[in-house]
Design a protein around this ligand. Structure first.
Ligand SMILES: Cc1ncc(Cn2c(C)c(CCOP(=O)(O)OP(=O)(O)O)sc2=O)c(N)n1
Ligand SMILES: Nc1ncnc2c1ncn2[C@@H]1O[C@H](COP(=O)(O)OP(=O)(O)O)[C@@H](O)[C@H]1O
Ligand SMILES: [Mg+2]
Length: 573
């Protein structure tokens, strides 16, 4: 009586689905193929949202962005070996950014891999993934699926969030279990990201140090945005009156137009501050490792004279680059809440000569920037085009801005103000190109909000095929390709006169036709007015749109703000 037996049993496919649903996960980003195609069909049949991509790197990037935007681990499913490898870049990038994401890949059978007998897509995936992620697990028996999924979820979101790899050999999916045994094997993860309360003496040490400062500065990092402690952070900044610098993905925690925002005086405050409080921000290359001229030091090897407070969930982040005078270890919500409680009524706001000097520099820099943006040039400069994006985000602060490129990234970060938390997602700690479409799909799927993706033409090229994915799910994504005909600019030439220079593209490339090819709206915009009209139409229609924004090909700088990292430049120093 097979029918009855089948009714009484479950299988690996359904146990994975049930384990994910039991833990509140309703979305899977994937690319089908052996051994996961049937799994994806079943997941969809069981009511899960399954978003299928054209390359696994973008499915993985979508899962990572989903994790950052929701605080739940983003899930990416790939086939074995080549599919797994394509997903690895996204897994490693998620781990670098501290985004919670789980890469789940089908894999070959252990007994064949271990004997290297040449299985279909044979690879020791678990061993390869381990060094690139926070945790990695393999499940061999159906009764362990519940534990495997639970451990992957807890590893991804607890402590410092990160990327996790889960290896599911093909045979696992077809294994069967009695239904009740299967159900009992599943685990609903309790409190997956437990609060970690800071030690009271750590809090008072930090508050005392901040109180002693003549030129205090707070730096908010993407960890502060991820922590979802928005009200506590705003209260701390406004109660202490301390100027703050938001790193790119922390923009919008307080509106960039906030009087205490020091972004427009970044070089002044980094060079002058005497106490710097890092909140969910690492003193890595993005902050010049707290060394050199950026920090007012005489030489590139000399460290800043400032004293550092580090608010972070990772205890080993302290002292990573320079001495940490006051480590405050815990989740940012608990840390800032405790610091708010410790401020006390006798708090003195920072000296007005400090805040006044910052205000003067801000005004000067902002008016110079406004001048550049007001110019109506044809073709557009980065500033002209970005003034349109700036106005749009001001009108629609709920829209999510995705940003990648070099000049397209650097100018956008400083020109386009953000007003709400977690509304800007970009190339992150690695400065990786190619996040554009994956992040845009996840932003639209996870939030339902309009997405504006401002991508350099080179950066767009890494994930451009996914405009078909955007069209297939009819997502409210407006891609604005900053077309300056090349990487950094479009004017390089090959002195030998044979092939074109390695950094230039086809002249006057018609990117807009790519979106039209799949039923979306494609528009060419060569002026501010044309760009404004196109983006207004895109955001109000909610239709998949690609705007090919023609940018002056001479306007860019090699590698944008980080040109000094080029070896040849370093030799000239
Ligand atoms: C995966 C990957 N490959 C290559 C690079 C190197 N790179 C590359 C290739 C960039 C593209 C810059 O060109 P763009 O057209 O995207 O932007 P602009 O022309 O506006 O500067 S920015 C940058 O750092 C990278 N960061 N990441
Ligand atoms: N919930 C959290 N509570 C405390 N720290 C967190 C939390 N989430 C992430 N972090 C920390 O935030 C930091 C993020 O730093 P980083 O990625 O360098 O930010 P940015 O690039 O914006 O400066 C990491 O050190 C990470 O440990
Ligand atoms: Mg370019």
């Amino acid at each position: 009586n097979e029918v009855q037996a089948a009714a009484e049993t479950t299988d690996g496919f359904h146990l994975v689905i049930e384990a994910l649903k039991l833990n509140g996960i309703d979305t899977i980003y994937a690319l089908p193929g052996i051994p996961i195609t049937d799994f994806l069909r079943m997941a969809q049949a069981e009511g899960m949202k399954v978003i299928s991509f054209r390359h696994e790197q973008h499915a993985g990037n979508a899962a990572a962005a989903h994790g950052f935007l929701t605080g739940k681990p983003g899930i990416c499913f790939t086939v074995s070996a080549p599919g797994f490898l394509n997903g690895l870049t996204a897994l490693a990038n998620a781990n670098t950014n501290c985004f919670p994401m789980i890469l789940v890949s089908g894999s070959s059978e252990r007994e064949i891999v271990d004997l290297q007998q040449g299985d279909y897509e044979e690879m020791d995936q678990l061993a390869i993934a381990k060094p690139l992620c926070k945790a990695a697990f393999r499940v061999l028996h159906a009764e362990d699926i519940g534990v495997g999924i639970a451990r992957a979820i807890r590893s991804a979101v607890s402590g410092r969030p990160g990327g996790v790899y889960l290896d599911l050999p093909a045979k696992l999916f077809a294994q069967t279990l009695p239904k009740d045994v299967g159900r009992k094997s599943l685990i609903e993860v309790v409190d997956p990201a437990p609060k970690q309360i800071p030690a009271p003496d750590a809090v008072s040490r930090a508050i005392d140090l901040l109180k002693s400062a003549k030129k205090p500065l707070v730096i908010l990092g993407k960890g502060a945005a991820y922590a979802r402690a928005d009200a506590e952070i705003r209260k701390f900044i406004e109660t202490t009156g301390v100027p703050y610098l938001p790193m790119s993905m922390a923009k919008g925690l307080l509106p960039d137009t906030h009087p205490q925002c020091a972004s427009a005086a970044r070089s002044y405050v980094l060079a002058e501050a005497d106490v710097v409080m890092l909140v969910g921000a690492r003193l890595n290359w993005l902050l010049s490792h707290a060394k050199g001229k950026t920090w007012g030091a005489a030489s590139s090897k000399e460290t800043s004279k400032a004293k550092f407070i580090q608010v972070d969930i990772s205890p080993t982040e302290a002292d990573s680059n320079v001495a940490t005078a006051a480590p405050v270890i815990g989740d940012i919500g608990s840390c800032i809440c405790a610091m708010n409680a410790a401020i006390g009524s006798s708090w003195q706001k920072p000296p007005s000569d400090w805040t006044g000097a910052i205000a003067d520099r801000k005004d000067k820099n902002l008016s110079k920037m406004a001048e550049n943006m007001a110019k109506d040039t044809n073709p557009m400069t980065f500033q002209t085009a970005l003034s349109v994006i700036k106005d749009k985000i001001k009108e629609r602060p709920d829209a999510i801005l995705v940003n990648e490129g070099a000049n397209t990234l650097d100018f956008c970060r400083s020109i386009v103000d953000m007003y709400e938390p977690r509304k800007r997602i970009d190339v992150g700690t690695w400065g990786i190109m190619g996040i554009g479409m994956g992040y845009s799909v996840a932003a639209a799927v996870a939030t339902g909000k309009p997405v504006i993706a401002v991508c350099g033409d080179s950066a767009f090229g890494f994930s451009g095929m996914e405009v078909e994915t955007v069209c297939r799910y009819n997502l409210p994504v407006c891609v604005v390709v900053f077309n300056n005909n090349g990487i950094y600019k479009g004017t390089d030439t090959n002195p030998r006169g044979t092939e074109v220079a390695p950094t230039v593209f086809v002249k006057d490339a018609k990117y807009e036709l790519m979106m039209q090819a799949f039923g979306g709206v494609g528009v060419r915009a060569a002026s501010r007015a044309e760009l404004r009209a196109a983006i207004d139409e895109a955001v109000s229609s909610g239709k998949p749109t690609l705007i090919n924004a023609i940018i002056d090909e001479t306007a860019g700088t090699e590698s944008g703000r980080i040109t000094s990292l080029n070896p040849a430049m370093a030799r000239k120093k």
